[in-house]
Each structure stands twice: as structure tokens, then as C-alpha cells.
Design a protein around this ligand. Structure first.
Ligand code: IPE
Ligand code: IPE
Ligand code: MG
Length: 238
């Protein structure tokens, strides 16, 4: 399973898209597609642990997804809450450090409590860093960052010359984590849909047609192999 690495792979981000279409194609309700998507999620997390990946950042719910029908949003929030509750001990046993990134203000108290619990339980774990984006958008992240920096500037804690890339990163949700090396989107769409923006400045992008509930670690491994064959240049002549 371990492949020879030409490109160092530390941080993978995935836009887990296509649950609704997977269900509709089978004449099922969209929420059943989301439930089936949890199986792919487990498979990808387990593979990432075995592969000794450092960081996995997953897009589960965008800021724009609140605009979906009430029932779908309600069921998704329930699913997030239940999955966190059911999986926290098993994730902890695997030495995974879980963080939920995004704006939590609209979440129910139950979801907020479950998030606090899983983050507290796993905070000292040294294995895979698993970031799950719920009510997240890249623009929201950058806006928050600007507000924080401006606040410190106003309090005279900060001087304008101290605003550099490192300071911006410190104030973004993923903090000092290394940037995304590989971004995968399942479900056939070729767009970012307001996921990580700053952090994907030099990521290698893979847009694949497989719908998220059909995505497995075998396809993940194949993408990692293709990633390895990419010529990462970072603007330099190589
Ligand atoms: C992604 O699947 C999951 C969420 C956005 C919550 P979708 O629900 O967007 O599935 P499609 O794109 O409609 O098939
Ligand atoms: C992006 O998928 C969000 C997640 C996968 C969580 P969407 O299905 O919401 O994106 P659009 O609407 O196709 O751009
Ligand atoms: Mg979609």
C-alpha cells in the first residue's frame, strides 16, 4: 500500500460531493445518500490512518448549504451530531485528533456539545489530524481573519508591517497547518464551492466523477499515485 513518494503528501482536502445524486439515481431520498456517504467517510479515514497521512480536511456542509430545504438541513445536522457521538471513542482509539472548522453559532446545543466533547477527547492525539468543515466557507474564514487582525491593529497590539502571510495563516481556521497538497472533489463538478481558498493556492486538483458514496480507498490510492506523478513547480523552473 505504501508507494514511493516523489511529492511529499502531508495534507489532503476532499469535497465530498454527490450524495444526493447517488440516492436519486436509485430512487431513494437524498438523506439516504448522505447516510451512505458515511461509509465512504469511514473507509477514507481508516485508509488515511494506515497510510500515515498527516492531515485530512473534509468538506461536509458549506455556508451556502443552509439554503437547502429545511428537512434536508435538519437531517444533516442530526446526522453530524449522531455520527460525532457514535464515532468519538473509535476515532480517539485510532489516535486521531478531530477538529470541526466553521461557524458554530447556528448549531443546536446538542451538536455544539458533541463537537466540544470530541475536540476535548482527542486534542492530545498525535496521529491523523482530521478537520471536518461544517458551516464553513473559505470567504467566511478570510473575513474572520481580517476582523481579528483589524481588532489587534486597533488595540495597538499589531503594527501594519507585522501583517504577513504567517499572521494571516495564524488567524485562519487551519492555523499553522501546512497548506493543502492535494484537493479532491468527487461528484463530477469542477469547482471549489467556497471551500478552502487561501490554503489551496498551490494544491494539486483532482475532479473525479465518482459520487461520494461510491468512493473508496482504492480510488483514493490511485489518486495519490497520480498526484505523485504530477510535476509540482511552485512557479520555479524545474
Ligand atoms: C454533498 O452531496 C453533501 C453536502 C453538500 C451536504 P450533495 O448533497 O451536494 O449531493 P449532490 O451534489 O446533490 O448529488
Ligand atoms: C459543496 O457541495 C459542499 C460540500 C460538499 C459539503 P455543493 O453540492 O453544496 O456545491 P455546489 O452547490 O454544487 O456548488
Ligand atoms: Mg452537491
Amino acid at each position: 500500500m505504501f508507494i514511493k513518494e516523489k511529492n511529499k503528501l502531508k495534507h489532503v482536502a476532499i469535497i465530498m460531493d454527490g450524495n444526493g445524486r447517488w440516492a436519486s439515481n436509485k430512487g431513494l431520498s437524498r438523506i439516504l445518500g448522505h447516510k451512505k456517504g458515511l461509509k465512504s467517510l469511514k473507509d477514507i479515514i481508516n485508509f488515511s490512518v494506515k497510510y500515515k497521512l498527516n492531515i485530512l480536511t473534509l468538506y461536509a456542509f458549506s455556508t451556502e448549504n443552509w439554503k437547502r430545504p429545511y428537512l434536508e438541513v435538519f437531517e444533516l445536522m442530526r446526522l453530524f451530531s449522531l455520527s460525532i457521538e457514535n464515532q468519538m471513542y473509535s476515532l480517539n482509539k485510532k489516535n486521531i485528533c478531530v477538529k470541526i472548522i466553521g461557524n458554530r453559532t447556528k448549531f443546536s446545543n446538542i451538536l455544539k456539545n458533541n463537537i466540544n466533547e470530541i475536540e476535548y477527547l482527542t486534542k492530545n492525539n498525535t496521529g491523523l489530524k482530521l478537520n471536518i468543515a461544517i458551516d464553513y466557507s473559505g470567504k467566511w474564514d478570510i473575513l474572520n481573519c481580517i476582523k481579528n487582525i483589524f481588532l489587534n491593529f486597533k488595540k495597538n497590539i499589531l503594527n501594519i508591517n507585522e501583517i504577513d502571510e504567517k499572521l494571516i495563516e495564524k488567524n485562519l481556521c487551519l492555523g499553522y497547518l501546512p497548506p493543502v497538497d492535494l484537493l479532491i472533489r468527487t461528484g463530477g463538478e469542477k469547482r471549489i464551492s467556497n471551500f478552502l481558498l487561501w490554503q489551496i493556492a498551490y494544491s494539486e486538483l483532482f475532479f473525479i466523477d465518482t459520487l461520494w458514496p461510491d468512493f473508496t480507498h482504492i480510488e483514493f490510492l490511485n489518486i495519490i499515485k497520480s498526484f505523485n506523478n504530477r510535476n509540482r513547480k511552485f512557479g520555479v523552473l524545474v
